[in-house]
Design a protein around this ligand. Structure first.
Ligand code: CUA
Length: 325
C-alpha cells in the first residue's frame, strides 16, 4: 500500500514547477551544509585527535578573512532564498484581474463551489486548463483550509471573511483537494477532486446538467424578494444609500473614515449593517445574518456588482414569483 503513495504530488499548475524549484534549492542548500558540517566533524575528529596524553592544541587567534567569508556567503544565500520566496509569494497573492471567478463555501464537512453561470458542485471543482482561476472562499462555520497539492496552493477558509487564492492548471486530469485544517469529526473526509478539462469540454460541462439561475440572477431575485430596493432607491432618494456604482467605489462613513466598497464591506453591510454606516444615513437596516446563507450573500454581491455597470439586470415577472434558491 505504502508503495502506491508517490513521493511527490503531481505537478499541474503554473506555480507547481516554480514552487518545486524553490523547494529543491532550499533542500539542496540545507543538505549541502548539513553534509559539510558532519563531514568536517568526522574529518577533524580523526585528523586532529589527541595523540599523547599531555598534548596541547596550537593557539589560534581569529582570521578576518575567514570571518568575512562565513558571514557574507550565508548572507547572500539567505537573501537569494528571501527574494525568490517573496517573488513567488507575491505572485500567489495577486490574482490576475481577468481571472475566472469561482466561489467556494466550506461547511462541516463539505466544499461547495458555485460558478457565476449557475452550476453548483459539492466536493468537486471543474476548471478549464491554462486559464487563470480565482477562488473566493468563506466558511459557514469553523476554520477550514483548502489545499490542492498538485497545484501547490493552500489557504485558510474562515468564517466572516473572504479569502482568495488563484491558479492556472497546466494539464487536464483529476487532482485531490483536501481540507487541511482540523475542523471536527469528519475533517479527514472533507475532501474531493478538482477536474481540469480542455476549454471546450469545460464549456460543455458548464452548460450541461441541471442548470439553475446564474449567480447574478439569483442575487437579483433575492434583491427583489427582500425588497432591498424599497430603501436602496436607485436615485439615492430612499432611506438607504443608492447601490448604483457602489462596488469598488469609495464610501464615506459616519465616522469620517472613507473605505472602498469591496466584497468584504458589502458582506458585512448585509449581515451586520450597523458596523459601518454611510455618512448622512441612519442605522435602520435590519441584519440578514440568520436569513441569508453564505451562498446567497455571494449571489447578492454578484448582483450588486452588476449595478456598478450602471444598469442592474432586469428580472422578469415569472422569475420573481419563484422563491429564491
Ligand atoms: Cu474542514 Cu478540516
Amino acid at each position: 500500500m505504502i508503495a502506491d503513495v508517490p513521493l511527490f504530488p503531481e505537478s499541474a499548475s503554473h506555480l507547481s514547477e516554480q514552487t518545486d524549484n524553490l523547494f529543491w534549492f532550499l533542500f539542496g542548500v540545507s543538505a549541502f551544509i548539513s553534509v559539510l558540517i558532519f563531514l568536517l566533524i568526522a574529518v577533524f575528529a580523526i585528523k586532529y585527535h589527541r595523540r599523547a596524553p599531555n598534548e596541547i592544541g596550537a593557539p589560534i587567534s581569529g582570521s578576518l578573512k575567514l570571518e568575512i567569508a562565513w558571514t557574507v556567503i550565508p548572507f547572500v544565500i539567505a537573501m537569494i532564498m528571501f527574494a525568490w520566496g517573496a517573488r513567488l509569494f507575491f505572485n500567489m497573492a495577486h490574482p490576475p484581474p481577468q481571472a475566472m471567478q469561482i466561489f467556494v463555501v466550506a461547511k462541516q464537512w463539505m466544499w461547495k463551489a458555485q460558478h457565476p453561470e449557475g452550476r453548483i458542485e459539492i466536493n468537486e471543482l471543474h476548471v478549464p486548463v491554462n486559464r487563470d482561476v480565482m477562488l473566493t472562499m468563506t466558511s459557514q462555520d469553523v476554520i477550514h483550509d483548502l489545499f490542492i497539492p498538485a497545484f501547490r496552493i493552500k489557504a485558510d477558509v474562515l468564517p466572516n471573511r473572504y479569502t482568495s487564492m488563484w491558479f492556472r492548471a497546466s494539464k487536464p486530469g483529476r487532482y485531490h483537494l483536501f481540507c487541511a485544517e482540523y475542523c471536527g469529526t469528519n475533517h479527514a473526509l472533507m475532501g474531493g477532486w478538482v477536474t481540469v478539462m480542455e476549454p471546450a469540454d469545460f464549456e460543455d460541462w458548464l452548460s450541461r446538467g441541471e442548470r439553475g439561475r446564474s449567480m447574478v440572477e439569483s442575487g437579483a431575485v433575492l434583491f427583489q424578494n427582500y425588497k432591498c430596493a424599497n430603501c436602496h432607491v436607485e436615485d439615492g432618494s430612499g432611506h438607504a444609500p443608492s447601490l448604483m456604482g457602489v462596488y469598488g467605489a469609495p464610501v464615506r462613513l459616519t465616522t469620517g473614515q472613507t473605505i472602498t466598497a469591496d466584497d468584504a464591506y458589502l458582506r458585512e453591510s448585509i449581515l451586520n449593517p450597523r458596523a459601518k454606516i454611510v455618512a448622512g444615513y441612519r442605522p435602520e437596516m435590519p441584519s440578514f445574518q440568520r436569513i441569508l446563507n453564505e451562498e446567497q450573500v455571494l449571489q447578492l454581491i454578484a448582483y450588486i456588482k452588476t449595478m456598478s455597470a450602471g444598469k442592474p439586470l432586469q428580472t422578469t415577472g415569472s422569475e420573481l414569483s419563484n422563491p429564491a434558491r
